[in-house]
Design a protein around this ligand. Structure first.
Ligand SMILES: CC(C)(COP(=O)(O)OP(=O)(O)OC[C@H]1O[C@@H](n2cnc3c(N)ncnc32)[C@H](O)[C@@H]1OP(=O)(O)O)[C@@H](O)C(=O)NCCC(=O)NCCS
Length: 168
């Protein structure tokens, strides 16, 4: 149906639709405040590095309005430590359940990989600036726990919280 929210992996040529969203949401980010082409190349590189995980995008009325990136950063063959990065919803589309649909799809993707025997358990970790109060509360609502604080993490004088969730 037209008004429904759809979450899926993007095609590589759709990554450019994430560029203006990331530029607008991550105003202080070292990569997302660069040239459009540089941002696109960065997204393409990450896309190609992660065939099993990678990007998830949310679409409303067939338009990409948000996304996130999942990368395997540690663990072993059976236990995957997965980093969740670049989670953003276009400001005009917030509060409509799109972030919820995306974060639920993360668990579904991991459980699907588990069902296919690619992994047995997973740990999802993410890092959120102390200034992103809404995002911190959002993750807690979906079972993520605060695991630590890193001082001057992204920028001097600005802490980041490490949030994590285990999936068995
Ligand atoms: C965090 C974020 C992804 C949430 O996306 P969203 O699509 O607005 O989320 P949802 O509509 O699914 O809402 C989920 C919950 O967020 C909270 N929320 C929704 N709208 C809100 C608002 N206007 N003000 C405060 N909290 C709100 C509520 O707790 C809501 O749950 P509820 O509907 O049961 O009340 C989005 O705010 C965002 O892009 N933030 C900026 C980027 C960022 O900080 N990313 C994380 C670090 S990488």
């Amino acid at each position: 149906m037209k008004d429904e929210i759809e979450v899926r992996k993007p095609r590589e040529d759709e990554l450019s639709e994430l560029v203006p969203i990331y530029r607008k949401v991550f105003k202080k980010h070292n990569i997302f405040q660069g040239e459009d082409n540089e941002i696109k190349e960065y997204l393409q590189r990450k896309y190609r590095e992660e065939p099993e995980l990678g990007f998830l995008v949310a679409l409303k009325n067939n338009k990409i309005v948000g996304g996130l990136l999942l990368r395997k950063v540690g663990g072993d063959e059976k236990h995957w430590n997965i980093r969740l990065n670049h989670f953003a919803i276009d400001e005009a589309f917030r509060g409509q359940g799109i972030g919820t649909a995306l974060i639920d799809s993360v668990d579904e993707l991991i459980l699907d990989l588990k069902g296919k025997g690619k992994l047995e358990s997973a740990k999802i970790e993410t890092r959120v600036s102390e200034n992103e109060k809404r995002a911190i509360e959002f993750f807690k609502k979906f079972g993520y726990e605060t695991e630590g604080e890193s001082k001057s993490h992204y920028r001097k004088g600005e802490s980041a919280y490490f949030l994590g969730k285990e999936i068995d």
